[in-house]
Write a protein that binds this ligand. Structure first.
Ligand SMILES: Cc1ncc(COP(=O)(O)O)c(C=O)c1O
Length: 419
């Protein structure tokens, strides 16, 4: 018999196997200094394009003041215990009411972390007789939630309504046999490529099929829609989203998350969400911090306006220079280039070392082989100078990618990787 750790020591996993080449630089990089458009990486100034602080709240003095005051008054512990047992407060309820109001739902419930909250919400919404139909490119937290499901599940092709329809036909037949219902899950904005989930078209299918819609709007909350209520508001279908989810980890620049729905559904989830029932309540620092941030989302539309000014300048600048930014219709800005993984590594190094640009890089197996995705998150803190410098840098790296400079630079790495 093998020792359990033998496999772990032999095979570090799809990402872990790159650790010796990538750690500290491409993965687990250390960005230093206050969270903003410009930070330090390995002692050098860089323009940061990989921080989800969409509205620029993270480093605002008035936000940090509230966080600090809450920490001084309550410490990190209060309230102790799970919400159900001893960790409940008026402020938790106030935040839930204000969140529900903001996303135009009857009721809301707080989650300590978006990831676990999504897993648990999916788990609580379905029984073994129910069928889940979800987008194949869903975030890992949706995949993990679906993994807990004891019944049938179908994926539909990414953002493909025909494929969703086909799978709804299959799911309907199946549900007629099991006596269960159907849960469709999509995202408000797909965080890698920036396309909004086709919520309007999905909702249209409710005329033909019987299902409930659960939307993970992590990137849409605070950034999309007239009031910032997200992708559903942007597409005019917020009412038709049966269960709405958003995290505080992006436009709210904090930690925590929430779900919102009709009161009866939230009342049910409150008593059935295992990740909340059996875990300590969201600490007061985050609850009071979120109340402040939500107030700013509500009362300072200029933050979202500035964000979009930057998004438009960056995306228009890229397309007018001939870059392929795919089908994004959100703030998430992908740039697709052709090249191998070693070339991508050389290119990112050049961007960081010689141009002072820090952005995330995504390669195979997340996207097809031979493609490089540079993913940028514009925020309200970026300036036109940042955008201009970035566009210049991107033109320079594209030139070097096409003239083979990165191929030469990465030949040794490519040989070691068998590319
Ligand atoms: C689409 C999506 N859903 C859920 C989460 C998880 O949220 P949290 O960071 O609050 O755990 C993320 C990442 O933050 C995300 O991008």
């Amino acid at each position: 018999m093998r020792d359990l750790f033998d496999r772990i020591l032999e095979n570090k996993g799809p990402l872990g196997k790159w650790a010796s080449q990538a750690e500290g630089y491409f993965v687990f990089p250390k960005l230093e200094g206050p969270i903003s458009n410009r930070m330090k990486f390995q002692g050098k100034d860089v323009i940061t394009w990989s921080i989800n602080d969409y509205l620029g709240l993270a480093n605002l003095p008035e936000v940090k003041k509230i966080d600090g005051e809450a920490a001084a008054e309550y410490g990190a512990a209060y309230p102790m215990g799970a919400r159900m047992m001893s960790g409940h407060t008026d402020y938790h309820e106030q935040l839930q009411d204000e969140l529900a109001d903001f996303v135009q739902k009857e009721s809301a419930y707080l989650l300590n972390f978006g990831y676990q909250g999504m897993v648990s919400t999916i788990d609580a919404l379905v029984s073994k007789d129910d069928i889940i139909v979800y987008d194949v490119d869903s975030h890992a937290c949706i995949i993990d939630g679906v993994r807990l499901h004891m019944g049938k599940r179908f994926t539909f092709k990414h953002n493909d309504i025909q494929s969703l329809e086909k799978n709804l036909e299959r799911a309907t037949k199946m549900a007629e046999q099991t006596g269960g219902g159907i849960l469709v899950i999509s995202e408000g904005v797909f965080g890698m490529r920036g396309e909004q989930g086709k919520l309007k078209e999905i909702v249209e299918l409710k005329k033909k099929f019987k299902f409930r819609l659960f939307v993970d709007d992590a990137h849409g909350f605070g950034t999309l829609g007239k009031t910032g209520a997200g992708a559903g508001e942007e597409q005019g279908v917020q009412d038709e989203i049966d269960v709405y989810f958003a995290t505080f980890a992006k436009s709210m620049a904090s930690i925590g998350a929430f779900i919102a729905a009709d009161k009866e559904i939230i009342d049910y989830l409150k008593y059935n969400l295992r990740s909340q029932m059996f875990a300590k309540s969201l600490p007061m620092i985050y609850v009071k911090g979120a109340l402040k941030r939500l107030d700013m989302l509500r009362t300072m539309p200029e933050l979202k306006a500035k964000l979009w000014e930057n998004v438009n300048a960056l995306q228009n600048g890229l397309t007018s220079r001939g870059f392929n930014i795919g089908d994004t219709n959100s703030c998430v800005t992908p740039v697709y280039l052709n090249g191998s993984i070693p070339e991508a590594m050389a290119l990112v190094k050049d961007l960081r070392e010689n141009h002072g640009i820090f952005c995330s890089i995504v390669v195979y197996p997340v996207i097809p082989k031979g493609l490089i995705l540079l993913r940028m998150i514009p925020t309200a803190t970026h300036t036109m100078e940042d955008i201009e410098a970035t566009l210049e840098a991107f033109s320079a790296i594209r030139e070097r990618l096409t003239n083979g400079t990165y191929k030469k630079l990465s030949a040794a790495v490519a040989a070691a990787m068998g590319e």
